[in-house]
Design a protein around this ligand. Structure first.
Ligand code: G4P
Length: 189
């Protein structure tokens, strides 16, 4: 998606040829107009899939997910990494290990918010090792719902996540796919 590549070119910072810092529009400050365009693009790609719910994980997936939900006119649920003070509901849960941050998160979604038979579209900002997205698929499956696909804003194709998800049978739609970083530059697939 050219508008996203242009934004990465203008504002992204490559760190140690392994990480892309996009705090100015995706991970810390948010660019609402760009978020809207990304949401519309995902909605277009999944318009024939009878999506009933968008599922993401806090925190950085939420901004894009809500734009997808707005475009598809369906609710958006975010999986929690921290316990809520008011949520005593029964939950679906899984553990997600972050290779990048070297920490495990116990991730939950209230059983009230995912029903059997729903068509769920999973959204996340980055796809690296695929643990977060895979964890979300486990939650959808615990609910007896269907994963119609996984929408990713920035896929780092040189890491194993995309292959892991595809070989598990999931449709992965990434808006940009990064082949490598070299000399502080981003090279796309
Ligand atoms: P995964 O997201 O595919 O499971 O892979 P990994 O375990 O490596 O990623 C863990 C966290 O690091 C995720 O954030 C992911 O978005 C983030 N991450 C991975 N690679 C990059 C990168 O190149 N740039 C940036 N900016 N982030 C990266 P998280 O723990 O879910 O945190 P949050 O930002 O959503 O709160």
């Amino acid at each position: 998606m050219q508008v996203l590549k242009d934004k990465i070119q203008a504002e992204g910072v490559v760190i140690q040829n392994s990480l892309l810092k996009v705090d100015s529009f995706l991970n810390h400050q948010l660019d609402p107009e760009l978020m809207m365009k990304l949401g519309e693009e995902f909605a277009l790609r999944f318009k024939n899939n009878k999506v009933t719910k968008v599922l993401t994980i806090e925190s950085s997936g939420i901004a894009v997910a809500i734009m997808v939900g707005l475009a598809l006119k369906v609710p958006v649920v975010f999986a929690r990494k921290k316990k809520s003070a008011v949520c005593n509901d029964e939950v679906y849960s899984t553990t997600v290990y972050s290779f990048t941050k070297k920490e495990s998160n116990y991730v939950t979604v209230s059983k009230e918010l995912l029903a059997t038979g729903e068509n769920v579209m999973i959204i996340d900002d980055f796809l690296a090792n695929g643990e977060a997205a895979l964890g979300l698929t486990h939650i959808v499956e615990q609910a007896g719902a269907n994963v119609v696909g996984i929408g990713i804003v920035i896929e780092k194709s040189f890491q194993p996540g995309a292959e892991k998800l595809k070989s598990a049978g999931y449709r992965v739609e990434s808006l940009v796919r990064i082949k490598s970083f070299s000399n502080g530059q981003v090279n796309y697939v």
